[in-house]
Design a protein around this ligand. Sequence first.
Ligand code: FAD
Ligand code: SF4
Ligand code: SF4
Ligand code: SF4
Length: 445
Amino acid sequence: MKDQPEYITISGVVDDGLCCFCGACKGICPASAISMELKGSFPKPIVDADTCTNCGLCVDICPGHSVDFDKLNKETFGQLPEDKILGCRQFCCVGAVTDETERNKRTSGGLAKEIAIWGLETNQWQGVLTSRLSEENSLRSETFIAQTPDQINSASSSLYCPVTPCATWQHLRDFPGKVCFIGIPCHIHALRKAQSKISWLREKIVFSIGLFCSGTPGYWATEAFLRYHNIDPEKVTSFEYRSQGWPGRVTVQAQGQKEQYSFARGAAASFFDQLKFNAAFQRRGAFVNRRCLTCPDHLAELADISLGDAWHKEYSGDTKGLNLAFVRSPNAQRILDDMQNAKRIFTEKIPSAKALQSQKACLLTKKKLAPTISILKRRSICVPQITGQPQYKTTIKEKMAAWMEIKQIDMAKTYGKWRLLPLAALIMAIIRRLQPKDFPEDETD
Ligand SMILES: Cc1cc2nc3c(=O)[nH]c(=O)nc-3n(C[C@H](O)[C@H](O)[C@H](O)COP(=O)(O)OP(=O)(O)OC[C@H]3O[C@@H](n4cnc5c(N)ncnc54)[C@H](O)[C@@H]3O)c2cc1C
Ligand code: SF4
Ligand code: SF4
Ligand code: SF4
């Protein structure tokens, strides 16, 4: 078994495979000694040893090697959550933006962008840190500070590829105003860890919108998806992971092709197209960063508001999109109330149990943490120190799922085997079907 060493700089975190490529180390380094470089499927931080002053700040705020949920909950919300499955919250709701055209263009119900735009219009913040696929290279992400509603709308729908928004913090010091931050859970972990150490970041970023996350695939996932459909990645001129309503279609424009390729997602796709999609992008699938397998936070528990899809059966006929939202901070509650009164959005409160029904993956994620850590430790692989999470009795199903997830990543590492991955995705889907339909909360001990 390998214990986590005392890290001096983040180079050790990267070497031990614990980096979740949030970019926070680069974003806060006072000596500008860190750059992000694409290595294989993921961007990685590189420390320039000549410039580094060994101040230790990057290690202190890095969410890759450790996250203490109890400490961060107390610092963020002034209390521990009532339950450690869904996290601190004022209430749960489903909702969407009232403008039907915008709702159709956005990812789920469009609340993320609408809240960001509302905050600009009501002068609660003057900039929004948001991400999109780059115009120069449509298969690579970039983060920018949006200052107008049009710029916010130019951000992409969900990016199932690496995004490093915290690296952009370095530009915030000189930004004249307050900022709203949009990110997946590990980006929010980085934000909260950094805010507890760095006062200017606390003052600058006044609101955070967290997106649910079940693992970010590396860039190779998008390449594999294109190859499954016989599209040369070199020829792609524009790409969207989700567009055209809900649950959205993957759309691709390639050189020399008059028509856009458009692939259905979810139940609307054919069996083989579903397999191809899952082989590339399925949650905690073959192309995700191994660090994702030890991430217990599916629901962005430390954000002011967390947003995902409302995957309830009763809304399955909806084609415009609906968000499931966890309204966590009093500030988020006030903003949502104001937006609702102004008829910019509509929301409906739902009980926590109903929210959990839509996101069962969040519980499996927490239950798989212990068996995953145990398998990785047996293979002498470093694991992060995650504290403040519930303990569960592990069953054979979680052990199988944990083993299979690790196995899929091993297969994808040997890029030559990407053709076998649809088969692995099929096996994984069968294992997931074995999960119990209900999740009694008294299983925690
Ligand atoms: C990698 C990933 C995995 C997800 N997994 C799930 C899941 O398992 N279950 C579920 O219900 N929901 C999941 N979501 C969330 C869901 O896809 C939507 O992002 C969420 O419902 C918000 O929808 P919206 O219509 O409010 O967003 P919009 O109003 O369309 O706004 C989207 C905003 O998200 C930002 N954004 C997109 N991708 C990223 C990214 N990778 N990092 C940082 N910012 C980004 C954009 O810049 C934009 O500002 C996932 C999202 C991502 C990015
Ligand atoms: S701060 Fe983020 S990008 Fe930097 S080493 Fe840690 S996890 Fe990786
Ligand atoms: S130790 Fe300090 S100076 Fe060195 S890379 Fe980290 S933050 Fe920068
Ligand atoms: S699963 Fe966790 S660590 Fe992985 S990308 Fe999502 S939030 Fe980050």
